[in-house]
Each structure stands twice: as structure tokens, then as C-alpha cells.
Design a protein around this ligand. Structure first.
Ligand SMILES: *[C@@H]1O[C@H](CO)[C@@H](O)[C@H](O)[C@H]1NC(C)=O
Ligand SMILES: *[C@@H]1O[C@H](CO)[C@@H](O)[C@H](O)[C@H]1NC(C)=O
Ligand SMILES: *[C@@H]1O[C@H](CO)[C@@H](O)[C@H](O)[C@H]1NC(C)=O
Ligand SMILES: *[C@@H]1O[C@H](CO)[C@@H](O)[C@H](O)[C@H]1NC(C)=O
Ligand SMILES: *[C@@H]1O[C@H](CO)[C@@H](O)[C@H](O)[C@H]1NC(C)=O
Ligand SMILES: *[C@@H]1O[C@H](CO)[C@@H](O)[C@H](O)[C@H]1NC(C)=O
Ligand SMILES: *[C@@H]1O[C@H](CO)[C@@H](O)[C@H](O)[C@H]1NC(C)=O
Ligand SMILES: *[C@@H]1O[C@H](CO)[C@@H](O)[C@H](O)[C@H]1NC(C)=O
Ligand SMILES: *[C@@H]1O[C@H](CO)[C@@H](O)[C@H](O)[C@H]1NC(C)=O
Ligand SMILES: *[C@@H]1O[C@H](CO)[C@@H](O)[C@H](O)[C@H]1NC(C)=O
Ligand SMILES: *[C@@H]1O[C@H](CO)[C@@H](O)[C@H](O)[C@H]1NC(C)=O
Ligand SMILES: *[C@@H]1O[C@H](CO)[C@@H](O)[C@H](O)[C@H]1NC(C)=O
Length: 562
């Protein structure tokens, strides 16, 4: 495979996938990709701007693989920025070296250098995605990962006719790195984005964007699968298609019990596969994405659009807009998330840990710390259990593997230092947090239950949390303070959704469970880039097991030095 997804490659794969391909015997393949990080002028919203890209493409190339394949991606950095790439949602068993978050599992790939991410795709199939994992560079450096089922294994739903990736994003007219630097200097959030995008294009509701509109052609009577990714930095998004319902069949590369909905909710980091039937009167229909925000926080609330276009319908036909839930529609968000359930079939069971070895309770807090050089003498900050994570100078995984002292501590507290009424009256005092590079040590193959509790410190807000190296089961969620007695008895331990990123509701909590069977150092953070930058992150140090094949693999020879 050459550079990126030339149309020929993508369509030949689709043909293979959808026509008579299931009879061939299963055989793992080696998939090779070359990612050249390069700056390219891209024109959007009436002006051209140099952005960081992969192979000059925006969004970047799609990685196509099949469950069981080995993938090699040689990332060569031709840009002036340090780079690292995260393969979001891939479990990377014993192989944190290929996970990608800068200063957590590797040092960045410097200008002029290369690093080959080498990983196997084991026990996962569906849609995931990749993105830069250093500062805000993922604003333009992202793409889809499509993992087809093993040969001979059909989808657990009717075979769709064709498929399309739908990657939702955010666009800034300015250099995002400069914007963030300025925000950090002032101690304030940088400007919100200038547009939302679908496959890199804002659509005709934005100035100069007629020609920057993604269109997907459909044939009357056929069924399509849309692989939807939320690559936005800071916005949870609603997505809908005018006149067409969607059937949700998979989230974060895990099959779900199918259900039909007029709109989906998707948080940054999440993926959702839906089936769409082209059974309406032939025409042009807008697909649209707009944020969900049920806290008094300003977001870019503008709507990105793309077009679902029936074959043979001319571009002169005006499309209609779908009805999206209101930006503050909390009720829709809660009821949509409650519908997500694992398929839990004999072939795809939900192996939910029923017994818990380690109970963790982390509070999510926003706050202000003192900053003499900032505009107001303060800077906005964020914390878990009152700890604002400080990025180390070398990768935590190297420090762990080579036993380098003084890089991080493993005393991250299992619960907040002082319990309080987390979602009670707003707590707006000058709060202060403890700074530290602190992680939690987890015994190999132990079962962990983590309750993430939003708080009213400064402002309650929905936070999408992402765990690297694992999927987890979302066994419970609620609004208000988590009640260990009454809420626990209501946990779903049968068919909870299994995923890698979960939204903690505004002023609420979410409980997740996972079995810590993947040794290494695994980042866990809010996937709102703004909050990650403010310190809303920590890591799990999962110890090696005693058995063979239960310890972290040796690092690859080309691992970037610090
Ligand atoms: C990119 O576009 C800007 C604005 O049009 C222009 O000033 C600049 O020279 C272009 N850069 C390249 C590398 O083409
Ligand atoms: C990665 O790509 C670079 C640039 O093309 C090349 O110099 C390097 O040899 C490649 N690395 C591997 C392992 O193929
Ligand atoms: C991937 O699988 C192959 C074949 O089983 C194995 O040799 C290799 O070590 C695996 N790589 C990783 C990173 O686990
Ligand atoms: C979509 O679902 C809604 C609610 O279930 C239903 O009222 C509507 O008729 C459906 N629309 C289509 C096009 O199937
Ligand atoms: C979007 O935000 C603007 C400015 O805050 C506001 O005037 C407008 O009503 C909002 N639109 C929606 C759909 O909420
Ligand atoms: C949502 O926003 C609308 C428009 O700003 C407002 O009228 C309505 O009261 C809000 N609903 C809730 C539940 O806050
Ligand atoms: C500065 O702090 C004051 C008091 O907390 C606040 O009202 C004001 O909005 C802040 N200004 C900026 C620019 O953040
Ligand atoms: C927490 O605060 C809420 C809202 O102020 C209040 O209704 C509730 O009684 C408080 N709970 C406790 C245990 O104090
Ligand atoms: C958080 O830590 C700071 C600094 O140690 C301390 O002043 C503050 O009281 C702590 N806040 C909470 C809620 O524990
Ligand atoms: C982890 O523990 C479970 C339950 O005791 C056991 O079935 C499984 O084999 C263990 N896995 C490993 C890799 O040791
Ligand atoms: C928990 O449940 C008990 C028994 O149903 C009930 O009396 C109690 O009020 C509940 N507590 C809370 C905080 O809802
Ligand atoms: C790139 O990363 C290296 C190693 O961490 C660091 O020393 C250097 O300052 C970084 N360069 C830039 C431009 O950020």
C-alpha cells in the first residue's frame, strides 16, 4: 500500500468487503503505511492557511486493516513541530510503545526523524481513528481506522451495500499552536473554533464553502453504513440526516444492540457506526453536526453540513436541514446514552467484571491557580482528585520500563483528599490544586471500578474521558452525587456499553469497569483538548504479570529519544 488512501485502494477494499469475499480462508496480513507529516496550504472559510497534514491530505489517510492484521506505519516528520500519533482505541497489548501520547509512552518524533508504529489488531473490529497526540496538533492531523471483521465472519447486522467515513472536526482560521500558546500565557481559554467540519469541509452554511462540501451519493433502496468519528477538539456533537433515521450498530469498535434514532450524540474521541436506508424520495438531504453544551460555557455552536445525494439528482436541488436537538438538550443526551447496550452475543460476549478488586473514585474539577505573569494573575486549571497533572520531560513508559527514578510517582489517591458535596452549590472560591506527575499503580489482571464524578468546582460540565490501552464497560451513570449504596445496585453488569471514551454527564457521574490485563503505562484524560492541557489527566501503571507473555514488550529500536 502506498501513501494514503487513493480512491482506488478504498473502493477496491469496499468491493472485496462487500462482494463474495467471505469464502476466503482467514489469514493475517501485513499492512504498511507511510505517513509524511508535512505542512500544506488548505483553503477554507475564504482564505488559505498552512496546516500540518499527513501526506498533504485533510483529513488524513484512512488505515484499512482486518482483525488479526499487523500494521506498520512509518511516520516521517517533515514539519517544524514535534509530532506523535495515537491510534485511538487500539488496545496495544503489551505494546504501549505504539500507543503514541507524547511524554506518556514516547518522546516526540522530531523534525526530520521517523518512527514506525508497529502493532497487531487483536480482538477488535469496527471503526476507530488516529490523531496527533501532542498539544493541539490533532486539530488537523487525524483520520479514520477501519477494521474489517476476520475473513469468514459477517457483520451481526444485514450486509450494507456501501460505506462512508464521516469525520467531524473543528476548524480555526489561525494557527492553533500559536492560539494555545497565547491562551496559556494569558491563563485563559483560546478562542473557540471558527467552523465545524464534516470530512474537513464546513459546508454551504459557511462563507466561501459551497465547494467545500462533502457529498455522499446513494442509490434508492440501498443500505449504507456510516462510520462516524468525532475528531473535534472541544465539542460534543449531535449529528442527524434530514428525512432519514439511523440505526446504531457499533460504538468505539464494539457491536451494540441495534436501535433506531433521529440523531446521535458523539463526544470527542468516540466513534459510532450507523446504518442508513436510502428509502426516501430521491433528492438531496443535509447531514448536519452541531454541539451539545448544557453548561453556561461558550462554544462554537455553528452547524457543519454535508449532503446525502440520491443518484441522478442535480446539484441545483436545494437540500433540507435535519432537526437537531437543541444545544442544551440534556434530556436527549441522557436518553440517547441510556439506549447504548453491548450486543452481548455468543460470538461477541460482554465480559463484564462481576467482582471488583480495586475501587477508585475520581473527582473532576475546574479551578484557578495563581499565575503572576498571566493577565489576571491567575490561570484556569483542571484536576482529578485535586491533582493537576504536570507533563514529564521523558515518556512515563520509558521511566517505568527502565526504572528511571524521579520522573513520576505512583501515589495518585484512590479518592479525593476531602469529600464534599460534589454537585451542590457552586464552589467558586479561589481553589488551588496540587501539581504533580502522579499515576496509580494497578496489579496485573486485577479488576478495577472507577467512578468519575463531575463537580461544581468553578463550573459543572460534561467531560468525555478516554482510557488508553483498554476498553471498559460503562456499568452505571447518573446526575448528582454518586451514591455507593443505592447506585451500585442499579449497575448493568449484563450488557453495558463497552467503549474507550465515555461522557461524564454535567454535574453527574459515570462508573466504569475493566480488567487490568494489559501491562504498561496507560494515559487517562478528558478528551476535550482544552481540559487535557489544563491538567485533567493521569495514568495507570499496570504491573507486569508473572506468566510468559504478560510483561511489557522491549521497546523498538527506533523509539524516538528524548
Ligand atoms: C499559503 O497561503 C498563504 C496565503 O495565501 C501564502 O501567503 C503562502 O505563501 C502560501 N504558502 C505556500 C507554502 O504555498
Ligand atoms: C521511514 O521513512 C523514511 C522516509 O521515507 C525512511 O527514510 C525510513 O527508512 C523509513 N523507515 C523504515 C523503517 O522503513
Ligand atoms: C504481532 O504478531 C506477530 C505474530 O504473532 C508477533 O510476532 C509480533 O511480536 C506481534 N507484535 C506485537 C507488537 O505484539
Ligand atoms: C424515524 O423515527 C421516528 C421516531 O421513531 C418516526 O416517527 C419516523 O417516522 C421515522 N422516520 C423515517 C423516515 O423512518
Ligand atoms: C449560538 O450562539 C449565538 C451566540 O451566543 C446565539 O445568538 C445563538 O442563538 C446560538 N444558536 C443556537 C442554535 O443556540
Ligand atoms: C435551552 O436554551 C433555550 C434557548 O436559549 C432556552 O429557552 C431553554 O430554557 C433552555 N433549556 C434548558 C433546559 O435550559
Ligand atoms: C479576571 O478575574 C475577574 C475576577 O475573577 C473576572 O471577573 C474577570 O472576568 C477576569 N478577567 C478575565 C479576562 O479573565
Ligand atoms: C448538596 O447540595 C445540594 C444542592 O445545594 C443540596 O440539595 C443537597 O442537600 C446537598 N447534599 C448534602 C448531603 O449536603
Ligand atoms: C486542593 O489542594 C490545594 C493545594 O494543596 C488545597 O489548598 C485545597 O484545599 C485542596 N482542595 C480540595 C478540594 O481538596
Ligand atoms: C485473569 O483472571 C481471570 C479471572 O481469574 C482469569 O480467567 C484469566 O485467565 C486471567 N488472565 C491472565 C492473563 O492471567
Ligand atoms: C437510598 O435508598 C434507600 C432505600 O430505598 C432510601 O431510603 C434512601 O433515601 C436512598 N438514598 C438516597 C440518597 O437516595
Ligand atoms: C521537541 O521535543 C524535544 C524532546 O522532548 C524538545 O527538547 C524540544 O524542545 C521540542 N521542540 C519543539 C519545537 O517543541
Amino acid at each position: 500500500m502506498g501513501k494514503g488512501n487513493k480512491c482506488g485502494l478504498a473502493s477496491s477494499l469496499l468491493c472485496l468487503c462487500f462482494f463474495g469475499f467471505f469464502s476466503a480462508p482467514a489469514k493475517a496480513a501485513l499492512k504498511k503505511y507511510q505517513f509524511d507529516i508535512q505542512v500544506k496550504n488548505i483553503s477554507r472559510l475564504c482564505h488559505a492557511k498552512p496546516i500540518v497534514t499527513v501526506n498533504g491530505m485533510f483529513p488524513g489517510p484512512t488505515i484499512y486493516a482486518r482483525e488479526g492484521d499487523r500494521v506498520l506505519v512509518n511516520v516521517t516528520n517533515h514539519a517544524k513541530y514535534n509530532m506523535s500519533i495515537h491510534w485511538h482505541g487500539l488496545k496495544q497489548y503489551r505494546n504501549g510503545w505504539a500507543d503514541g501520547p507524547a511524554y506518556i509512552t514516547q518522546c516526540p518524533i522530531k523534525t526530520g526523524k521517523s518512527y514506525t508504529y508497529d502493532f497487531n489488531i487483536t480482538g477488535q473490529r469496527g471503526t476507530l481513528w488516529w490523531h496527533a497526540h501532542i498539544f493541539w496538533l490533532r486539530a488537523t492531523v487525524y483520520g479514520a481506522i477501519v477494521i474489517l471483521p476476520k475473513q469468514g465472519t459477517p457483520f451481526p447486522f444485514p450486509q450494507p451495500y456501501r460505506e462512508s467515513n464521516i469525520i467531524l472536526g473543528e476548524w480555526w482560521n489561525n494557527d492553533v499552536e500559536a492560539l494555545v500558546k497565547q491562551g496559556n500565557q494569558l491563563g485563559l481559554p483560546p478562542n473557540t473554533s471558527d467552523a465545524h467540519t464534516i470530512n474537513g469541509k464546513p459546508g454551504p452554511l459557511f462563507a466561501c464553502s459551497e465547494k467545500h462540501t462533502f457529498a455522499m451519493e446513494v442509490e434508492q433502496g440501498k443500505t449504507y453504513i456510516l462510520r462516524i468519528v468525532n475528531a473535534a477538539l472541544n465539542d460534543e456533537l449531535f449529528f442527524a440526516i434530514a428525512g432519514h433515521n439511523m440505526t446504531v450498530v457499533e460504538i468505539d469498535a464494539v457491536y451494540t444492540k441495534p436501535f433506531t434514532t433521529q440523531a446521535i450524540l458523539i463526544a470527542p474521541g468516540q466513534t459510532t457506526n450507523v446504518l442508513v436506508q436510502a428509502t426516501q424520495s430521491p433528492g438531496r438531504y443535509f447531514m448536519a453536526a452541531r454541539p451539545f453544551m448544557d453548561a453556561p460555557i461558550s462554544v462554537d455552536n455553528r452547524t457543519a453540513t454535508a449532503i446525502l445525494q440520491y443518484k441522478g439528482i442535480p446539484n441545483s436541488v436545494l437540500p433540507v436541514l435535519p432537526q437537531l436537538p437543541a444545544p442544551n438538550d440534556t434530556a436527549f443526551a441522557l436518553s440517547y446514552n441510556a439506549k447504548l447496550k453491548s450486543l452481548n452475543s455468543p460470538l461477541f460476549p460482554a465480559n463484564v467484571p462481576s467482582k471488583v478488586d480495586r475501587h477508585l473514585f475520581y473527582t473532576i474539577g475546574l479551578g484557578i491557580n495563581s499565575c503572576p505573569t498571566c493577565l489576571n494573575g491567575t490561570r484556569l486549571t483542571a484536576s482529578l482528585n485535586n491533582i493537576t497533572f504536570v507533563m514529564p520531560q521523558i515518556g512515563l513508559l520509558q521511566a517505568h520500563y527502565f526504572n528511571i527514578k524521579g520522573v513520576f510517582r505512583t501515589d495518585f489517591p484512590d479518592r479525593p483528599p476531602t469529600p464534599f458535596n460534589y454537585t451542590g452549590a457552586p464552589l467558586t472560591a479561589n481553589l488551588g490544586t496540587t501539581l504533580g506527575t502522579r499515576a496509580s499503580k494497578i496489579a496485573f489482571n486485577s479488576t478495577v471500578e472507577l467512578v468519575l464524578q463531575d463537580t461544581n468546582l468553578l463550573a459543572a460540565e460534561s467531560h468525555p474521558f478516554h482510557l488508553h490501552g483498554y476498553n471498559f464497560f460503562v456499568v452505571g451513570t447518573g446526575v448528582g452525587n454518586f451514591d455507593p449504596k443505592n447506585d451500585t445496585v442499579k449497575f448493568n453488569l449484563v450488557d453495558p456499553p463497552e467503549r474507550n471514551t465515555v461522557g461524564v454527564p454535567t454535574g453527574g457521574w459515570v462508573a466504569i469497569r475493566f480488567r487490568a490485563d494489559n501491562p504498561g503505562v496507560w494515559f487517562m484524560h478528558c478528551h476535550l483538548e482544552l481540559h487535557t492541557g489544563w491538567g485533567l489527566k493521569t495514568a495507570f501503571v499496570v504491573e507486569n504479570g508473572k506468566g510468559r507473555d504478560q510483561s511489557v514488550l522491549p521497546p523498538p529500536k527506533d523509539l524516538p529519544p528524548c
